[in-house]
Design a binder for this molecule. Sequence first.
Ligand code: BGP
Length: 489
Amino acid sequence: MKQFPKGFLIGGATADFQYEGGYDEGGRGLSTHDYETDGNQVNPRHHTLKMPDGSIITPASSFFFADPVPAEADPVFLDDAYYPSHKAVDFYHHYKEDIALMAGMGFTAYRFSICWSRIYPTGDEDTPNEAGLKFYDDVITELEKYDIEPVVTICHDELPMALALKYDGFSSRHVIDCYVKYAKTLFERFGSRVKYWLTFNEINAVKGFGPCGVRDSGNQSHYQAVHHMFVASAKAVILGHEMMPGSMFGTMYASSEIYPATCKPEDIFHRLQHRRETLYFIDVMARGYYHNYARDLWNRRGITEIKMEEGDEDILLKGQLDYVAFSYYRSNTCKAGDEMKTIGGSPNPYLENTPWGWPVDPLGLRFLMNEFYDRYQKPLFIVENGMGAIDEADENGYVEDDYRIKYLNDHLAAMCDAINIDGVECLGYTMWGPLDLVSLSTGEMAKRYGFVYIDMDDKGNGTLKRTPKKSYYWMKDVITSNGGILEDF
Ligand code: BGP
């Protein structure tokens, strides 16, 4: 029988710009994702930017594969474009109802991100925006009502647009100071009520103008900006430990690549190097130093130098993470000659795909949990997992989502096996998008993850009515039985 360990945190996860809305309320400043329009499976999301000659350009901002943004281009809102982050699904005004729905399933944890530009509208102010802090105060108060543990992401792939425009985002060391000031404000305000923190989201996948505010998405600029994010994170961890004894810090790592396509030695070796392309990020943060293979990786990527200041190495070492948080949606397969990228690679003939082409692989989750625990010997936290699917709601908004129940059953069962059989230490599991929200990679509503259906379409039309799906009642039973009703897959 499957069983969650004692004190296991189980619940859901969201990100502010995909869920919250209220982009111009409560003194919030503009954020880098606010200038991204919707996309779909065929066309990625894109920024809308104006060149000095008045022409409009629309570089793709599809997270993993961001297009570069010319230095002279200015963000602009177009009348005929739809910007999903502005309204998202309006958690800003529905947070009480939404948290009550989460509590109805018996959630013991909710991971959410704080919008940096709600707290520091331009990132450079000396004092924070009280209305922004108050909103998250209210959210935490609501969670406390139901004994739901808040798990807070300090920065989920975005920053105040002003920091991107003025300093080229994390290219500049000044933005490290802005980040630490922002983190300190959160620790002062919420430190007595929040124990679990995540300094960044999907650190190995952040790239370009949206996620780290950097216009040039080439390797040299990207890896330099990421070094600054490593230092910013480590400084926040050091400060957080000082200010909030007992607090625990992670950074989220997007895991997916696992398998070599064949047992051909070249494929196996390619797989090793491919793994290191992404483990590079969490290795530095969880172990506190750049490791032996970093030099080879920089060389292969044409990176001549990562500029470091005196003291950086010491900060990285002292600011190591307490736990390893990761997202898991799918596995990836690669063979020699495949391009090194976070998702994609070669097809896996043994697995079926979601409508978005993501291979479904629950055993891969157990594999990864073991791999990470062997590698870091630190507790794990699965902070995102779920299935983006096309839901057909009936006239009442009800969805019979047996496919989602199957996906989640199998992944939760695999997780329990890693914990119960393999002895992996895992703090919790937060399913991605417990209420439907806007997709990160495509900016659409059609790709739904939730236990709760939200009546809204790709262009923001709909009543925003929330209706529990079949999976809602199933998840409630999973939690009530402490995992006991999960079936082997
Ligand atoms: C992760 C992000 C989330 C989320 C999720 C699902 O990369 O941390 O923000 O959206 O992926 O991806 P998508 O929304 O593209 O289906």
